[in-house]
Design a protein around this ligand. Structure first.
Ligand code: AMP
Ligand code: MG
Length: 490
């Protein structure tokens, strides 16, 4: 194994992080190692035996050259500002240049206390680790920007939540772990020098094109705004609900990060909320674009002093950029929904056609994923609507909409078979449904059976391709299987 390097983040001034080693665990056991990702990262560790891998990815063995750090950050949690959060249970081990030339951070989550832990134990329970592993890798396979999962290990130690649970550590990989809350940490301390250094770091790493612009920091805001508009649109297209869109859980790179109480909707409902702690529905499915803009406004505030020396001018410039989110999001949203409906050209009435379908789905408690997937079949020449109709409480609502859709398709240039194939590339057959994740977690905890975890991972690795033997994974939960609440990873 080649030595690891110091992460580039650890090259920033000392007030950006705390140096801290992972706390060793009793009995590390490798649950899963993502060989494909390790190859992509050119880590040269995939050949180590499971014991050696468990040693590294439990934090028991710190590879030579790595300089583990916990990153400082602040954040608005459900609208309330907390000036100091930071990695309370995560440790950035190193970063690696991947085969595409992109620098990627490698972080252990659940690896012990850090100076930012406050009252927490620095640990993670097995359930949330399995959930994050499955959902982050599923997001990747769906083609959505996301942090990835490199390894999961059990620690052989219990963690104490409402009850004693098996402990685990997740190794995750990100374009970077810089969050909106990282900027807020320095903004709240009026440390404009640190904000500038952090902005320069982020520009260099994620948005180098901003350097050439007249006002690079304004360009940074524009890039981050665009990346978030694109990210949230891609979430909405697969029915993903992040669940805790606090500013400390929004990565400036535009990747999905921190899969706590996240969930995919079964039945379509814009007000859908699964997180047990989101009592007001702040982060409900349909509110996600608003939550993103709110977070971006907090990000913009931290940048004001470096955008322009005139505070008034800075506010004006930043305001103009923030205002672009809604049109950008609306455009991406519509483009995505056109693809979902198999429309190649643009027509005036497309947005209304899409909205009317969603309205009908909502009124009729139709399953989001199944409706769109079955529409792919209905787009074939010998189209049959029966399988879509049954998803609607009142199938006539579907019939009415479908006749408009067909009239619209008739004016579109695509060949029906090509259209159906194109639709199947954007409307997944398999998503990480809540009840499936719960079954995986129950089997792992109650029966030490990781077979269901492995099988669900396999199913989710090719979400757009219906495969034999996996039919039940495409199904919506039965009444008794529904999981209506998800919990934070703490
Ligand atoms: P999260 O809700 O996971 O986004 O975490 C919010 C904050 O709480 C972050 O600063 C975390 O590092 C910290 N935190 C969450 N769980 C723990 C834990 N078990 N021990 C220490 N800090 C934690
Ligand atoms: Mg977090």
């Amino acid at each position: 194994m080649k030595p690891m390097n110091r992460s580039s983040y650890a090259g920033l001034p000392e007030r950006f992080f705390a140096r801290v080693n992972p706390t060793p665990v009793a009995e590390p056991h490798l649950l899963r190692f993502n060989h494909a990702l390790a190859l992509e990262l050119a880590l040269d560790i995939g050949d180590l035996d499971p014991r050696a891998l468990a040693g590294i990815f439990s934090g028991n063995v710190v590879p030579q050259g790595a300089e583990p750090i916990a990153m400082a950050y602040a954040g608005h949690q459900f609208g309330h500002f907390v000036p100091q959060l930071g990695d309370g249970r995560a440790i950035l081990l190193t970063d690696a240049i991947d085969r595409a030339g992109v620098r990627r951070d490698i972080q252990l989550k659940g690896s012990g206390r850090t100076p930012y832990s406050r009252g927490g134990d620095g640990r993670a329970a097995l359930g949330p680790v399995l959930r994050e592993y499955l959902v982050s890798e599923a997001m990747y396979a769906l083609g959505i920007a996301t942090t990835r999962s490199l390894a999961a290990v059990t620690t052989g130690e219990p963690v104490f939540r409402e009850e004693a649970l098996p402990g685990a550590i997740l190794t995750r990989v990100a374009a970077s772990f810089v969050r909106v809350g990282t900027f807020q940490y320095y903004g709240a301390r009026d440390d404009a020098d640190a904000v500038r250094r952090l902005a320069d770091y982020v520009i260099e790493r994620h948005f180098p094109q901003a350097k050439t612009e007249q006002n690079p920091y304004l360009a940074l805001l524009r890039e981050v705004t665009g990346a978030q508009a694109s990210l949230i649109a891609s979430w909405m297209h697969v029915g993903f609900i992040h669940g805790v869109m606090n500013t400390d859980n929004m990565a400036v790179s535009g990747e999905t990060i921190d899969f706590g109480p996240c969930a995919f909707m079964d039945v379509y409902d814009p007000a859908a909320v699964f997180s047990s702690i989101d009592q007001q529905g702040r982060y409900a499915y349909g509110n996600q674009p608003h939550a993103a803009v709110w977070n971006l406004a907090r990000f913009a505030e931290t940048l004001l002093p470096i955008i322009d020396t005139s505070a008034e001018r800075a506010v004006e410039l930043a305001g103009e950029v923030l205002a672009t989110f809604s049109t950008r999001f609306a455009d991406l949203s519509l483009a995505g929904v056109r693809r979902k409906l198999g429309l190649s050209a643009c027509e005036e009435g497309d947005a209304a056609l899409a909205e009317d379908l969603l309205d009908a789905m909502h009124r009729n408690q139709a399953d989001f994923t199944l409706t769109f997937r079955r529409l792919c079949d209905a787009a074939e020449p010998e189209a049959a609507d029966a399988d879509v109709r049954v998803l609607f409480v009142n199938p006539r609502d579907y019939d009415e909409w479908a006749s408009r859709w067909r009239a619209r398709l008739a004016r579109d240039v695509l060949d029906p078979r090509q259209r159906a194939a194109a639709m199947r590339r954007v409307n997944p057959a398999y998503i990480p449904r809540n009840h499936r994740i719960q079954q995986v977690i129950d089997a792992a905890i109650d029966g030490q059976d990781f077979g269901p975890f492995a099988e669900l991972s396999t199913v989710l690795s090719q979400p757009y391709e219906q495969r034999e033997g996996f039919d039940t994974y495409a199904e919506a939960p039965q009444a008794g299987e529904r999981v209506l609440q998800t919990f934070c990873g703490t």
